[in-house]
Design a protein around this ligand. Structure first.
Ligand code: PLP
Length: 373
């Protein structure tokens, strides 16, 4: 099936009682046993499983071309579950542009359990190779990265890892399964913050993992049940509903982002534009072999340092000044101040989640915001 069809069919359930064409939300936390004690409905208790979560997990696996999907209460809960696969003394090689809260998670929560992390720029394969240690158990990628949109050669990193029996994971939040399918590039664990494009409307928090390996799936299911960071039935229902329009939305997000990136490259107040759809982007050629379209996220750097970026931010009218991404509305964020003291993000950088408004209006807004900065 083509992605447009798959997104609709993989989330389609007809309620067998009322024949409703969208699934009911099963709020019940517990499920009745038959007189002989069996659970003929297939469910026991909602932390273990729930009809809406099962439907979402099926769709997540189908979209990523994987065997097993897992839904979590947030993207960070999904990353936590991956870290819980590790043991004391294990080492992680992680992308230095990894989502900054995930860095805090690994350092503050898993550091005390003797899990060490080395951060590297994964657009540099030699740096990845050099960072691998005898005790490296996980290589964690994010491509494109946040917020510099660096591109990792995913096939090359997974090949490197497989030679050494190292597990690989990739945060596919920015790309979505419509644009990039990491399992087909050799990645073992795909992770999403479904809060973003999959939900698609800035109204639900969620996370996901997708894997092919059965033993890994058994372990992750156990972690999911025992740690309990599961999404509510309503949240699963909302993400499933969002998925139906994901391919159509991604096409528009990408088309809009491409036009905005091209406009920004021509603006005299802008000295750098980070978007993998620009042929000048260092990862352009690699990205064309792994992403169908370059995505809806971009960032740019303005003249005037911190104050220059703050000035643009203060003047936008159509863009909403907010964190997060992947909704219908365009968002803009001055990233460095929100990332904290250890941030490696340039002071003059603005990150944009390009929404679904008309690009003429978005470009006009950026043009006026940049005009006197
Ligand atoms: N990964 C990426 C790339 C993100 O941008 C985010 C959130 O901004 C997360 C993970 C964490 O997701 P959540 O906020 O759903 O926990």
């Amino acid at each position: 099936m083509k992605p447009e069809t798959l997104a609709i069919r993989a989330t389609h359930y007809t309620d067998q009682n009322a024949r409703a064409v969208t699934p009911p939300i099963s709020l019940s936390t517990t499920f009745e046993r038959d007189p002989d004690g069996t659970l003929s409905g297939g469910f026991i208790y909602t932390r273990t499983d729930n009809p809406n979560r099962q439907q979402l997990e099926y769709a997540l696996a189908a979209l990523e071309g994987g065997q097993h999907g897992f839904a979590f209460a947030s993207g960070i809960a999904a990353i936590t579950a991956v870290a819980q696969l590790l043991h004391a003394g294990d080492h992680i090689v992680a992308e230095d542009g990894m989502y900054n809260v995930a860095k805090f998670l690994l350092e503050e929560i898993f550091g005390p359990f003797q899990i060490q992390v080395t951060y590297v720029d994964m657009s540099d394969l030699a740096a990845v190779k050099a960072a691998i240690q005898p005790d490296t158990r996980l290589i964690w990628m994010e491509s494109p990265t946040n917020p510099l949109l660096k591109i990792t050669d995913i096939r090359a990193v997974t090949a490197l890892a497989k030679q050494r029996s190292i597990l690989t994971g990739l945060d596919n939040t920015w790309a979505t399964p419509v644009l990039q399918q990491p399992l087909s590039l050799g990645v073992d664990i795909v992770q999403h913050s479904t809060t973003k494009y999959l939900g698609g409307h800035s109204d639900v928090l969620g996370g996901a993992l997708i894997v092919n390996d059965d033993a890994l799936a058994t372990r992750l299911r156990r972690i999911q049940t025992l740690t309990g960071a599961v999404p509510s039935p309503f949240d699963c229902w909302l993400v499933s509903r969002g998925i139906k329009t994901l391919p159509l939305r991604m096409r528009e997000h990408c088309a809009n982002a491409q036009k905005i990136a091209e406009f920004l490259t021509t603006h005299p107040q802008v000295h750098s534009v980070h978007y993998p759809g620009l042929p000048t982007h260092p990862g352009y050629a690699t990205n064309q072999t792994q992403m169908r379209l370059p995505g809806g996220m971009l960032s740019f750097q303005v003249y005037g340092g911190h104050a220059g970026a703050a000035s643009v931010l203060s003047k936008v009218q159509l863009f909403t000044r907010a964190t997060s991404l992947g909704g219908a509305e365009s968002l803009i964020e001055h990233r460095r101040p929100v990332e904290g003291a250890n941030s490696i993000t340039p002071e003059d950088l603005l990150r944009v989640s390009v929404g679904l408004e008309h690009t003429d209006d978005l470009i006009a807004d950026l043009a006026q915001a940049l005009s006197f900065s």
